[in-house]
Structure formats: C-alpha cells, structure tokens
Write a protein that binds this ligand. Sequence first.
Ligand SMILES: [Zn+2]
Ligand SMILES: [Zn+2]
Length: 656
Amino acid sequence: MLAFDKTLKLMIKITFPDNSVQEYLEGISGLEIAKRISNSLAKEVISVSVNQEIWDITRPIYFDARIKLHKFDDKEGKHAFWHSSAHLMAEALEALYPGTKFGIGPAIENGFYYDVDPGNGATISDSDLPRIENKMKELVQQNNTYVRKEISKADVLKLFQTKGDEYKVELINELEDGTISIYSNGNFTDLCRGPHLPSTSLIKAIKLLSVAGAYWRGDEKRKQLTRIYGITFPKQKMLDDYLELLEQAKARDHRKIGKELELFAFSQKVGQGLPLWLPRGAALRERLQEFLKKIQKKYGYELVMTPHIGQKELYTTSGHWAKYGQDSFKPIRTPQEGEEYLLKPMNCPHHCEIYKYKPHSYRDLPIRMAEFGTVYRYEMSGELHGLTRVRGFTQDDAHIFCRPDQLKDEFKKVIDIILYIFRVLDFADFTTQISLRDKENKEKYIGTDENWEKAEKAIIEATEEKGLKTTIIYDEAAFYGPKLDFMVKDAIGRNWQLGTIQVDYNLPDRFELEYIGADDKRHRPVMIHRAPFGSMERFIAVLIEHTAGKFPLWLTPEQVIVLPISEKYHDYAEKVLNFLNNYDIRTLIDARNEKIGKKIRESELRRIPYLLIVGEKEVNEGTVSVRKQGEGDQGSMTLDNFASFIIKEVEKQIAE
Ligand SMILES: [Zn+2]
Ligand SMILES: [Zn+2]
C-alpha cells in the first residue's frame, strides 16, 4: 500500500458560488474550507454541495469541484440537520425500546419523522414523546459524530439481517449491487445516503410533535408502523419562535375556519379529497371567479369550456399519460365501443385542440384562452389535506398562444394581472423566482437554443421592466420551458407559492400547432400556461389562513349584520336590512331573543365586518349605530350615509 505523504498530495481547484477559485491540497473537507474562511462560518456550516451532490461537511474532496457551503438557513442545510435529527431520535428509540425496527426517517418541509415498529408489543403514543425527547437531549450531550462508512451490499444485508430489521432488509434488497453507505451515531447504525451533521452537538433544541399511524411503504395491506414527527433547531430561540408560529397556524387552520364559517365540507361517502362547497363558500368562490373574469376580459382573454374527461389518446399525444398515467386514476371504459377516457388531469391538451379547430395567421395572435377548469388527480389518502391537497380541483387556468416576439409583452400583462390580484387581496409581501435552464446540459431540454435564449431574455426583461425583485435559479426550468414563480408571505410569515407563469415549447410541438407567418410560411406558436390562483381550492385555503377568515369587505360572505337590541325593534331592523339589500350589500339580521352583548360577540366570531345596532334612539333618528369588527364603536350614521360608505369601501378595495 502506498503511504500518502503530505508532500505527495496534489492541489485541487475549488470553485465557489461567486465563481472565485481557490486551490487546496486534495482531501480537504467542506468544514476545513469553511475554517479557512472564518471560524464563525465553520461553526455554522452543516453540509456542502460538491458538483451539485450534497455531501457531509467532513467528507474529504479529492478532485476539482464547484462547491457551496450550506448553513441552517438554506434548504440543503435544514435537510441535513433534520435528517440527522431523525437518526438521533432513532438512537433514543433503540435505547428506550430495545428491538425497535426502523422503516424510513426522512427530513420533511418542517422537521423530520421516522416510521418505526417498536417491537416486543410496545406502543408509542403522544404521552411517550417527552421521555424520548429527554433521551435525545441526553444523547446530544455525548457529542457523537455521524460516521460514514462504505461497505458492500452483502455486508450491509448481513448487518441488518443479524439485527432482525426486516424493513431495512427489504430496502437493501432493492438497492443496486456495489458499495452502500451506512452511518453511525453513538450506538445506532442506519442505512443511509446522507448527508449528516458533523456531530449531534449542533442540535440545541428538540421538540417531538406528534405520533401517527403510517402503513409500511404507504400500502394499506402491509403493517402499520408508528410515525413520530419532530423538529430541531440550532438555537432554542428558533424553536420557541417555531412553536409560537405553530400555535398561530393552528388558530388559522383553514379546515377549522372553513367549518366555523360553513364554507366547505367533506363527505366520506362522496369521497376523500373531493370538497363540497357549501352555499357561503360557493358564493365566495363565485365572487373570486367573477373578479378574475372581469380583469381577464379587460386583458383580452376569452372564456372557453371543456369537458371533465378526454380520450386517452389526447393524453398520449400530450405526454401526460406516459408521465403520470401509472400514478393516476384509471381510465374509464365505454360499455360497447371499448373506448378509453381519462378524468382530465390538465386543461392544456383540450385548449390545444381548441386552437386547432381552425387555421391561424400571425395577425390572430396572441390568442388567450381562459377556463375555470376542474381537473382530477390521484393523491394518496395519506397526502390529502383540507383544500390544499385534494383529488378534484378547479384551476383558474389560461393558455396564451403567441408568436415568439410577443412573449415579453404577454409576460408583462400576466404579471400585471397577478400584481393586481395580490394588491386587492392584500398579499403585500412577495418575491419572484425565474427558473432557467442548466446551460451546461442543454440537451436535457426540448426546443431550439434560439427560442430558449429568447424566452429567457423575455422573462428577465419583463420582470425588470415591472420592477420585480427576482432571484434567478439555473437548472430549475421544466424540460419544456423557463418559468416565473411568485411566492407570497402570509400574515404569520409563511411562504406560499402562488401564480406560476410557464413557457412551453413542448405541447405546441406535440399537437403540431401552427400559424401562417408574415412570410407565408408555417410557424409554431409559443404557449404560456398561467394560473394566478393556482386552484380555487388551494387559493381559498391560503386566503383563509392569511386573513384568519376575516376576508376583505368586497369578498366576505356577509358584509353587515343588523342587531336589534330587543324584539321591539325587529320591524326597524327589517327595514334596515331591506334598504341595504337594495344596494346589494350582503346583510343579515340576528333576530334572536338574546342579550345584545352576546349577539355582538357571536357576530364578531362569525367575522362579519360591520355590526349595526338598532334600538330606541336609532328608530327615532332613522340611523344605525355602527361597530366595526375588531375596532369597536364607530358612532351613528344615517342609512344613506352607511350604504354609500360601504359601496365606496368596496370600490376602493378593488380599484385597479
Ligand atoms: Zn441518514
Ligand atoms: Zn396548462
């Protein structure tokens, strides 16, 4: 064996994200590189991307590479942090519940989970979490390192067979032959690709959140394992803030508020993930659609309507069948002819066929086709969540077919619509992201180089001209075109992705869409997919959580409630109601024989923006006493003045 002397080591070139290059001796780790930059950075780095592969921060690098150091504040850093925490929890579980077998333990968007089979007949419930949490804290004190080892598949198999962990054995059997990495922290060893923290000591704050049942591999015919959710942070303050956010999120949960306000419901009999819109929710959704229709009409969109199913062939042409067919609802067959239909997973193929129903000249373009199109996508029952993950939903969809030279203008117009919507619905805080192609691997993408250059330039210029703050991400574009995404921050600081504008060269090709150019030759139009809300379901969920159910006046189910102080004033209250209804002001009456204090409290819980109290004084003066939700008494007003005040408020809110 060769003894590697320091002097025999070669120099390697390390390229940083800002394209600066440094030379180091081969075998240097991400952590060592961080130390050379600064000690404080070294304390914070968690993992490192080495030529786009994420590595342990302590793993030696032996070749020229482009690297990026990750801290907890980026996605990759959090991932390694939380994934390492799952291993730590597993170590605690093994200590507390000997014989525990382990399924999978990934990092998720917020924290991590591990699916476990406690063995020996043990069960784990919420009340056991503090004990497991304490064991984790105790293990952190040991400051164990996460040790990576590469061994042969046969040896790994032997290891887990000896341990009697049939879940890991099943996973290993599915891996390709060759070396497999395993990681150990303390007494616990796991089959794992990594990456992990250098040691457990970085985990300063731990909270186990909940326990749920989860079928092994999501298959309900197989054993139900215990899924334990948790989250960890490098600082206690971060955990405190997160738990506070969780409390706030719970109070704003759209499923809870949707029930309280009677907006939507689910029925097991109708089917999982298929929302039922109750009258108040349906009316609210209708108002949102009308609002969008109006602005779209102004921008030259034309409404189309297409059926809820389409022939399978439509989706083999579009490519959706090949890509999603196996994981979607099965085809519907006709009894006689043997035709096959699919529930519509997307509106785009239908719209392409509308484009084709007649020939187009360059003068016809752009054609902007809009549809509130209901689509159906299979989601596993475990993935369903209120209105945000459903199996049937309505997209505020539109497709723009245009010439390549019209792309930038069309982009700017879509941006205008999205900005208007954000303003009216009070999403003041948002960022945008442009996803472009990976310039090193152009063969991954469909469409000519020239068209890509044009489209990318059009998006960048459109966002610049609209004064948007954007980040540009390379290698994030779909294979069929670059896109622009909007991320909004809600009232409690959570990010939601709303409003994607996507360029597409693929579908026009697959459907052989054409127009006759000024040169009398045939050309392909470019297609833009855009949906500012995404879907009505998801958007309304976000809106509920953003506003805590206190919708803007123009949108809210009831704008005003009249509260007579006693039965004596019911007639006058009716008069007020009729008067306001004549102005299309959505008004209710609370005619129950209850104390006024109780009526006020309950009206506020129903999140009705204006409360009108009427008694002796109001009857005599022909006025109403106005209370505003959350702001209290606003004094008295004549009926005329109140009606025009509401009308003006609404106009102000939706002004362009
Ligand atoms: Zn791992
Ligand atoms: Zn589309």
